[in-house]
Ligand binder design. Structure first.
Ligand SMILES: N[C@@H](CCC(=O)N[C@@H](CS)C(=O)NCC(=O)O)C(=O)O
Length: 194
């Protein structure tokens, strides 16, 4: 059985949500980032990690992609044009949403105080708003790719939720409704309640 390492209120939620969508059984060890328990599975102390048998996997997007490929769901098949397009969306989200949110987190709480540059936050808010407009323009239906949930939807929804929690400027109604509908999925609800 899979074992998920990491507190729910973190990128770990992406992995929990993925496993719920896949209907795969797992146990959950909700440890804080940088804790000794987190370091036992990933020397950097970063969460999430996924234990699959004797193997430990790290990075939320790498884990989601692995699980989707392994179980043949929530993804286009590897090595197809459809998959290349799906991955382009996934990597765009990492560059243009996750990285911006992470920079804001670092400059407001994560970095040692002397290394924080609070003035960068306003710039990151503006950058995120531009990204959100582009994502909204790209969205044509209930899902980012095709007519069913795929890995980038989980990533996008998590980033949009994170932006709300971090008090980034509100996105447009279309994106708000998109993320809200994803949050209403039973798999998300179960994962979020862990
Ligand atoms: N790209 C990695 C980032 C992992 C990451 O930075 N996780 C945060 C919690 S959401 C963390 O563990 N931060 C602690 C640190 O960076 O020291 C992923 O997607 O899993």
């Amino acid at each position: 059985m899979y074992k998920v390492i990491g507190a729910t209120r973190s990128r770990t939620l992406r992995v929990l949500w993925m496993l719920e969508e896949l209907g795969q059984p797992y146990t959950h060890v909700p440890v804080a980032p940088r804790s000794d328990e987190a370091k036992a599975h990933n020397p950097s102390g970063k969460i999430p990690a996924l234990l699959d048998g004797d193997d430990t996997l790290t990075d939320s997007v790498a884990i989601m992609t692995y699980l989707a490929d392994k179980h043949g769901k929530l993804t286009a098949t590897a090595g197809t044009i459809a998959r290349a397009r799906q991955d382009a969306m996934t990597f765009w989200l990492i560059d243009e949403m996750d990285a911006i949110l992470w920079s804001a987190a670092k400059h407001s709480a994560i970095l040692p105080e002397g290394q924080r540059v609070p003035a960068v936050i306003a710039s990151l808010h503006a950058e995120f708003s531009t990204s959100a407009e582009k994502l909204s323009d790209a969205l044509d239906g209930d899902f980012l790719i095709g007519d069913s949930l795929t890995v980038p939807d989980i990533l996008a929804c998590h980033c949009l939720n994170w932006a709300i929690g971090a008090k980034f400027p509100r996105t447009d109604d279309k994106l708000f409704r998109y993320a809200k509908a994803l949050r209403e999925r039973p798999a998300y609800q179960v994962a979020f309640s862990r």
